[in-house]
Design a protein around this ligand. Sequence first.
Ligand code: DUC
Ligand code: ZN
Ligand code: ZN
Length: 473
Amino acid sequence: MSRTLISGGTVVNATGTCLADVLVDGETIAAIVAPGSGVAEAIGRRGVDRVINASGKYVIPGGVDAHTHMEMPFAGTTASDTFETGTRAAAWGGTTTIIDFAVQTAGQNPLTQYELWQRKADGNCAIDYGFHQILSDVQDSSLDAMDELIREGVTSFKFFMAYKGVFLSDDGQILRGMQRAADNGALIMMHAENGSVIDVLVQQAIQRGDTAPYYHGTSRPWQAEEEATHRAIMLADLTGAPLYIVHVSAKQAVEQIAAARDRGQNVFAETCPQYLYLSLEEHLGAPGFDGAKWVCSTPLRARAEGHQEHMWQGLRTNDLQVVSTDHCPFCMTGQKEMGLGDFSKIPNGMGTVEHRMDLLYQGVVLGKISLPRWVELCSTTPARMFGLYGRKGVLQPGADADIVVYDPNGHTSIGLGKTHHMNMDHSSWEGFEINGHVDTVISRGKVVVDDGIYHGKPGHGSYLRRGLSQYLI
Ligand code: DUC
Ligand code: ZN
Ligand code: ZN
């Protein structure tokens, strides 16, 4: 079993920062001690295999990205990152855990689908991974499958209020899923957009000849997100189920979430980097077909309406608790271009799994969030929300040694051929300049990235059997 000493860094947890040395023994953290106390030196004399000098750097718990879609079938194609390429890219960016989605569409058996997703990931992941289960048509057997899946460590279930005929569950089906979750302790995740309204607006836009990517945004207006968010909150209230709204992009949806939380409801929510930085006008509205790179749902919102600043505010005030990526990449060639002349045929999604830690760190640089809050949003709360805390999301003795050494004085230029290891033919973040750099990434005691060199391998990542959300117990 190899021993690594990370010396002289500033250890950052969600609770605060301190100067400390971190000793890794095998796959876990053995000790966190004050530098100069002699403890590290004593341990050192007994032999460490490697010393990492973290002086002047932050030592943080590895990132937990609770919302990714590797190899996801969507709109007649499949997300371009496999579990192998996507988890490798995640590792490059300082994320050491992903929670992906096993997908059940109408007529399929959720348990069979879960096993299928296990086979896709097994032996391929560079970092640890877990699963949520997507449920669409809710049969009696699906409700029983929820109980069975919880025993397998799948403790959260995602429903869609959009994408009729593919993923959409109607309100009655969602209600039944929530009733079961209220009984069995599962967390309900919701894609909250009014799909029926969107389908009409999309059809009308295409008929008008408004076929460019920009109109993907205008046909999924904030009212459709606010309404669905409110409806999901009401259904959750009716049933007593805990609710987690995914990829929030509209400020009005944040207001609904904040109001529910103020009433005492167990409602939680995430946003994603794209809703903090990118916009309808500049990105979806890019010349020609370029906007297709940023077609995702919920859509990028108008900067003039102030959504982006409101997301930052929500992250600061805890109206929003988590930042995930909704990583669902598609190449322009052969995939996004399926929607040339008809935006509704562009596969929805963009690739961000590699850049989440860097992009959110800019919030610290810009004074929008504190250093511990960065760690809380990107690692600690997702771990607690999805039943992994203690093992993941914190640097403490006994925790998995998932550790990132982050250099605040380093620099990262994002883009194709620079810091981009996702399986895409473009970058949705081309040209972003990051103050900060992921220097070293350790996954369960193994150095997977160090000084610009990748040392990981497929199959190092293990399946995480998750417990119930630690926000509920
Ligand atoms: N949104 C996306 O952008 N892609 C995949 C599914 C989703 O809800
Ligand atoms: Zn979604
Ligand atoms: Zn998603």
